[in-house]
Design a protein around this ligand. Structure first.
Ligand code: ADP
Length: 249
């Protein structure tokens, strides 16, 4: 299928991957997947596959990066060489450094950084497979990994994008729509505090389209938030089962 000549969305409003405009890709979330990390999570968001490991609050090295009044958050976003069709250099690219910063800033408002002076929280994001929207999927998984580590949080953070393909505003763009579409608006959101922690826009939208895109992205966030809560609950239900089995032995 040649995606360049094919229309990204047909007359009936069905997208190239079979979704309707307001339909998310399938999302699968799991927490506590890395025993060696303090907290961890794995997300499959459509064809995106991303693993997050969190360490801290712990001593910061080099020490001069620590702050006397708060915890510093460091976030490394990295794409594996096999995560995209052409081999990607394992060295950090400009885009990866920027995404690390953007993701860190979208997570920070959810944390009580002032409670952990002179410490650091390290968030390692490994994109194993990428198919558009990895920053959003990374934020969703990183917030879960932090929650899994047991640090108190003001709220979870969940992210989803919306954008425009042909003349239609659609939610959760995959790679071809991201590259060939007219606009992409990633949104990260704290659902209980009703606060946006990331809002970016790539491309051009009219004010009405922009409003529609933000609202569709927030609806997407709310759906993914329900899955985040489910993933955390599942981990604790499994722990409960294990304890029960141990007591029975
Ligand atoms: P996001 O993944 O958050 O949408 P971008 O808009 O920068 O971030 O990237 C869109 C998509 O482009 C990525 O999800 C990935 O599928 C693809 N991509 C990014 N970097 C590369 C690369 N070096 N080679 C091939 N594809 C890439």
């Amino acid at each position: 299928m040649n995606e360049k000549t094919e229309k990204l969305i047909d007359k009936k409003g069905i997208r190239l991957d079979g979704r309707k405009a307001d339909e998310l890709r399938p999302v699968k979330l799991e927490v506590g997947v890395l025993p060696n990390a303090d907290g961890s999570a794995y997300i499959e968001h459509g064809k995106n596959k991303i693993l997050v490991g969190v360490f801290g609050p712990r001593e910061v090295h080099p020490k001069h990066l620590s702050r006397p009044d708060r915890m510093v958050i460091r976030c490394r976003y990295h794409m594996a060489p096999f995560s995209v069709p052409e081999r990607k250099s394992p060295a950090p690219s400009r885009r990866e450094v920027e995404l690390g910063k953007v993701i860190k800033e979208s997570l920070e408002p959810a944390l009580f950084t002032e409670l952990y002076p002179r410490t650091g929280l390290d968030v390692f994001i490994e994109v194993l497979q990428a198919d558009g929207g990895t920053r959003c999927a990374s934020i969703t998984a990183a917030a879960l990994a932090i929650a899994d580590s047991g640090i108190p949080m003001r709220d979870l953070v969940v992210a989803c994008a919306a954008g425009k393909v042909e003349d239609t505003v659609v939610v959760d763009l995959y790679d071809a729509e991201d590259k060939l579409g007219a606009a992409d608006v990633p949104v990260a959101y704290m659902p209980n505090l009703n606060a946006v922690t990331l809002l970016q826009m790539d491309g051009t939208l009219s004010p009405d389209e922009f409003e529609k895109a933000v609202s569709m992205a927030m609806d997407g966030c709310k759906k993914i938030y329900a899955l985040q809560k489910e993933a955390l609950k599942t981990k604790y239900m499994n722990v409960k089962e294990e304890i029960k089995e141990e007591n029975e032995e």
